[in-house]
Design a protein around this ligand. Sequence first.
Ligand SMILES: [Zn+2]
Ligand SMILES: [Zn+2]
Length: 213
Amino acid sequence: MHVLTVPVTSFMQNTRFITCQSTGKSAVIDPGGDVDKLQSVIAQNKLDVEVILLTHGHLDHVGAADLLKAVLKVDIIGPHQDETFWFEAIPMQAQMFGFKPKQAFLPDRWLTAGDVVKVGKLELEVRFCPGHTPGHVVFYEKSSKTVIVGDVLFKGAIGRTDFPKGNTEQLKESIRKELFSLPDETVVMSGHGENTTIGYEKQNNPFMSGRFG
Ligand SMILES: [Zn+2]
Ligand SMILES: [Zn+2]
């Protein structure tokens, strides 16, 4: 799996283009904004994007999904349907985050725990990780030992839980059950900031060791 990371918006949200190197097929995960920038990355790298995947419904992760869908003529898949209210609240989120006014949209298909999304020959296993938001999913690609986690886990931190329907205990349970069960060497690609590994976070994440919160 080849991964291209493009930070978007003032939130520096990491949009990822993942590509199956044997078929040349790509997916874009969390296109949160800056649609012109994303389109030029697609053109420059001649990416054959066949699907748009979303980890959760926060605007800095989904803000350009509907615009890219219109251009690329591909489906938007994910997150879990418990995220519906965040999509319905897109106009309110635009105000809240200081983005341009934006209309609500919904994905073409929701995902659920255990689903597998194929991108060329890559198989992304869907893991359900509520807590930061109620319908958050992560994508685990076993052959490259990589998990793309949105705002569930960061290097040395965990996702915020002070939004409506956020839940700190649920988030920690998701991390313990769905992420810390992965091999230590698994690379964690977060929605903001640098990559980390499962092993590093098990050892060092202060929010998961009980040293904070
Ligand atoms: Zn978020
Ligand atoms: Zn975010």
